[in-house]
Design a protein around this ligand. Structure first.
Ligand SMILES: O=C(O)[C@H]1O[C@H](OP(=O)(O)OP(=O)(O)OC[C@H]2O[C@@H](n3ccc(=O)[nH]c3=O)[C@H](O)[C@@H]2O)[C@H](O)[C@@H](O)[C@H]1O
Length: 432
């Protein structure tokens, strides 16, 4: 049976009117009731979304504020104190990559002779950041404050130059490692190109402009076969993306020298090793594996030729870095304009005594008093070059650079540090 409400034209007129009016009213009420409920729900939802969004932005803003690892009165005080110069004629140096291998050594050396030093490091996880934290602690013990931040952070750099009129920048922050570029190419662009440009922009705008000394690499010689490698040799055949970004760095710094009058010194480091070194490098990972009784992989070149490197001890490299800072000459620009030409220099910092990788292994075996389990494999085509050998005559003449530690002596010092840092009993090669 059909209901009145279902019938638009019922047969009883009076009833119709009343019933219909009633029905229409009921329909209207129901409709109104449902519309207003919907409206209220919608209103409620809008309010909910709005409050959620504003809460989100509050969280974003406040987390940005609260998690920022730099800024504030206390922070500025630490930066200023660390940058304080304690000797007549001293310099104030911003050391990027200060928690890194070379950076931490250079920073300590400068501080010890009375220069002002502020470190900057992003503590990335390319290798175990706990080693970087340990280096940071060592720097703190020497009165050096390391700012936690990325060189790509232009605001941070501007702030640092605002707080301290750095006379020099020692730029050692980089994505290191030749073979890792196959796995993570963009990290090389981020750290070796983008960050370099951000840093140079900050330096060019600073008043006074600092002189810049930075780490290039022996890898720029790429596929060159003429030995020893000289700064006047061509460097247009890189064998890895790492090498290509270092080569790009040399060109980029040249442009900033040319346009803005920044004093630039690029240092081509040759396979630097020593205490507090980088765990990704062969001498370091070989030591770890030999001590743990694990095999090591030794690469060999074409026709079974051993690979060779001009391994250079860290103390010699530090001397080269410090001499570069001391002889850098001044930047000549101000307000973004060059007044006159500024120095642009590039030096090899090597040892001039290449040693083969199997010889490196046998020296380690001797110092560790343990035999390595060797897997000898053909060098994979992932960016390695067969040999490196530095001609250091330019550095000798201009910087007084004279490396004095051979691989035997340097590795002995490294092994001594390694076993003590990692808690090994040297004699038996067992962990304590
Ligand atoms: O001078 C540089 O500009 C570069 O030096 C360093 O690169 P490299 O000279 O390649 O050092 P490193 O990795 O210690 O390999 C040494 C040798 O061991 C061989 N090697 C390596 C690993 C392995 O498992 N087996 C092996 O035989 C390997 O084939 C090679 O023959 C820095 O890492 C780099 O950041 C950059 O600064």
């Amino acid at each position: 049976m059909r209901d009145l409400e279902d019938d638009p034209f019922p047969s009883t007129p009076g009833k119709v009117k009343i019933e219909r009016a009633y029905a229409v009213n009921r329909q209207f009420n129901r409709c109104f009731a449902s519309t207003s409920t919907t409206f209220l729900w919608a209103l409620f939802l809008v309010a909910l979304i709005a409050s959620f969004l504003s809460f989100q932005s509050f969280v974003d803003t406040s987390s940005r504020y609260f998690t920022a690892s730099w800024g504030g009165i206390q922070w500025e005080k630490q930066v200023r104190t660390s940058a304080q110069i304690d000797r007549p004629g001293g310099i104030s140096v911003l050391v990027t990559g200060a928690a890194g291998f070379v950076g931490s050594h250079v920073a300590v050396n400068l501080k010890k002779r009375g220069d002002g030093v502020v470190g900057l490091d992003n503590f990335n996880s390319y290798y175990d950041p706990s080693l970087k934290k340990a280096r940071k602690a060592r720097l703190a013990n020497n009165g050096i404050f390391v700012v936690e931040g990325d060189v790509n952070d232009a605001r941070l750099l501007a702030k640092l130059f605002d707080v301290v009129a750095f006379t020099h920048v020692m730029h050692l922050a980089a994505q290191a490692g030749v073979r890792y570029a196959i796995e993570n190419p963009s990290s090389y662009v981020h750290s070796n190109i983008a960050a370099l440009v951000t840093l140079l922009e900050a330096c060019k705008s600073a008043n006074p402009q600092p002189a810049v000394v930075w780490a290039s690499s022996s890898s720029v010689y790429g596929l060159n076969e003429k030995v020893p490698f000289s700064e006047t040799d061509k460097t247009d055949r890189p064998a890895s993306l790492y090498a290509a970004t270092k080569k790009a760095g040399e060109e980029i710094t040249h442009a900033y020298n040319h346009i803005y009058g920044l004093s630039i010194t690029g240092l081509r480091f040759f396979t630097v090793y020593g205490p507090w070194g980088r765990p990704d490098m062969a001498y370091f990972s070989f030591t770890r594996n030999i001590l743990q009784g694990k095999p090591i992989t030794v690469y060999r070149g074409k026709d079974r030729v051993d690979l060779a490197r001009d391994f250079t001890y860290i103390d010699d490299i530090v001397k080269g870095c410090v001499a570069s800072l001391d002889t850098s000459g001044k930047s000549t620009g101000s307000g973004g304009k060059k007044r006159e030409p500024a120095p642009y220099r590039i030096y090899n910092l090597g040892n001039t005594q290449p040693v083969t990788v199997p010889t490196l292994v046998s020296i380690l075996e001797k110092h560790l008093k343990l035999k390595a389990k060797k897997n000898i494999v053909e060098m994979p085509g992932n960016g390695d070059v067969p040999f490196t050998h530095a001609n250091i005559s330019h550095a000798q003449k201009d910087l007084g650079y004279k490396p004095s530690t051979d691989l035997q002596t340097g590795l002995k010092k490294f092994v001594k540090w390694y076993v003590s840092y990692h808690g090994y009993q040297r004699e038996v090669g067992r962990k304590l």
